[in-house]
Design a protein. Structure first.
Length: 208
């Protein structure tokens, strides 16, 4: 049984998609054992509670150094036997110490087709604002392994979504979530739980 720890910062619709796909049996051999939020009072914590999943707040700001924060996070996940860490709308950058400790065991969802509209400063609605400002006709979402460089780790799954002339950032964000994020994030977790992906020279390969 793969034990999953989810890191969140907001509404948690991606967390919900993962919970639903574990409960409906699409993702087998996996369970979420803890949800860690960077902020108090976010709706993602309420979603965890409703499904009887532990929810805690650990904020980088409340530790005197980044290393202390990473040590506390590592201890929290180790104590629970976590084998996969899922960043589901998590807005804190994780440094080398944490990322190296869990090499190829942390995945993130990004609301664009990496390498477009990604890296430092591209998060949440800003990603969709940038896509609309550029006038791209197709955007999408990417699930990737996390490395110390923001949004630059090995890509696991991508899905394209059309951009429409009438889109606002909010409308586009919703379409990207519905048509891409809520599908490919559970799909990536399913593949990992079934040991069907490996990373070779920075590239993800499927094992069938
Ligand atoms: C999602 O669109 C996710 O892709 C994005 O934040 C949103 C969180 O929504 N993540 C990033 O921008 C990470 N750089 P949620 O809390 O409803 O899952």
């Amino acid at each position: 049984m793969l034990k999953i720890g989810v890191l969140v910062s907001g509404g948690g619709t991606n967390l919900q998609a993962i919970i639903d796909n574990i409960e409906n049996g699409y993702i087998k051999n996996a369970q979420i054992v803890t949800v860690v939020s960077s902020k108090e009072g976010v709706y993602a914590l309420e979603r965890a509670k409703r499904h009887n999943i532990e929810g805690v707040v650990m904020s980088k700001k409340s530790y005197s150094t980044a290393d202390e924060y990473y040590d506390a996070l590592i201890k929290h996940f180790e104590d629970r036997g976590v084998g996969l860490i899922v960043l589901a709308g998590f807005m804190t950058v994780l440094g080398e110490k944490f990322v190296k400790y869990y090499e190829n065991k942390i995945i993130n969802i990004h609301p664009a087709l990496i390498p477009s509209f990604c890296g430092d400063g591209f998060y949440g609605l800003k990603v969709h604002e940038a896509a609309l400002a550029k006038g791209v006709k197709v955007t999408g979402a990417t699930v990737h392994f996390v490395t110390a460089e923001t949004d630059a780790g090995p890509i696991i799954i991508q899905k394209a979504v059309e951009v429409r002339d009438t889109d606002t950032p909010e409308v586009l964000q919703k379409r990207v979530m519905e048509e891409a994020e809520w599908k490919i994030f559970p799909e990536a977790i399913k593949l990992i739980a079934e040991n069907k992906v490996k990373v070779e020279n920075g590239i993800v390969r499927r094992i069938d």
